[in-house]
Design a protein around this ligand. Sequence first.
Ligand SMILES: [Zn+2]
Length: 262
Amino acid sequence: MGINQEVLMAEYKAAARAGLSPNRDRRQGKIRLLIVHHYGSTQSPEAAWKRFNSPNDRSVSPNYQINADGSAYEVVPPRHYRAWTTGVIDHQAVTCETQNTSGEPNWGISRASLEAIAQLFAWVHQEFGVPLQRGRVNSDNTVAVPGIVGHNETPAGKETSTICPGPSMDIPWIIARAKQIVNPKPTIDLEDEDTMTRTFIQTSVQGSKYELLRDGSKRLISREEWNAIRALETEAKARGQEFQVIVATVKSADLNKIPTRK
Ligand SMILES: [Zn+2]
């Protein structure tokens, strides 16, 4: 690594380190995806950084290296350059490689790394207009739906039947968390002890949900409110706070016995 790389400013301000790996090309195309990978290895951030910044065995580089401690390193600045991780689709993507915390079969990924990827996704959304949703790529490497995809959902990944990004890469969680980062909507004060555990009842999994209130009455919960409660649960977990949602299925005769509060 030369001294020139040390003085670079990262395009992604949250990046702890800025690089300009030789494993890159001039970008041709518009950024429409975030493609997530795992290393397939627990090797140290320092070893990975060296590998991605040298003409290594497989000429591999991501735009971002996500470490298990939650730090992000910018290996290839994405605005003008595409990295070399996923084949030709990289021209339309910001890509990241994530340090594993364990090997097969789980290929562990730390909670801090998932949070770092959600932060990166929020930035990719704000900077390049990539929507916060699951993406889809056609077999001819055109983008059917812009958003986030795993390596194994791309033509290059399908060709090699890769397991990357592995079973621990929780893409639905990353999407939900990125949405909160972009548009925080706290409807409950998480510091309030009384809201730490909330109990809901329903007559079937698809049926309407009611919150069981402390005065023994019930309150109908809209779908939107339910989604907001689930998002809060995710946010609380990300912050390491206690917040428990209990859902019980009851007979409709029992449900009807509980008075409804408006
Ligand atoms: Zn991969």
